[in-house]
Design a protein around this ligand. Structure first.
Ligand code: FES
Length: 94
């Protein structure tokens, strides 16, 4: 799939998510943040105060830097498992 994933690790079934209108392949059981990182998508949003670029940092639900719009609501990408047909909006501030 991508060079970002380790070889030899069992994975869930392939799923397709939609990121800003473009399809991205992922695997069931992956967090959205991990799937985005594997797809080389690291800039997730902009800071509402200064407009600086933000991306996942802790990958365990602490920093809030991965807050993006998932299926129409703001969610932490590192805590949300991907599912087939998931829609993700990255642009703008959250
Ligand atoms: S990456 Fe820190 S809360 Fe998601």
């Amino acid at each position: 799939m991508t060079a970002q994933r380790m070889a030899g690790i069992g994975r869930g079934a392939p799923v397709s998510i939609v990121v800003d209108g473009s399809p991205v392949e992922a695997f069931g059981g992956e967090s959205l943040a991990a799937a985005l990182l594997a797809a080389n998508i690291v800039q997730l949003r902009k800071s509402p105060r200064e407009g600086g670029v933000r991306g996942a940092f802790c990958f365990m639900g602490v920093c809030q830097e991965c807050a993006i719009i998932v299926d129409g609501t703001v969610q932490q990408a590192c805590l949300v498992p991907v599912h087939d047909g998931m829609t993700v909006t990255l642009r703008g501030s959250v």
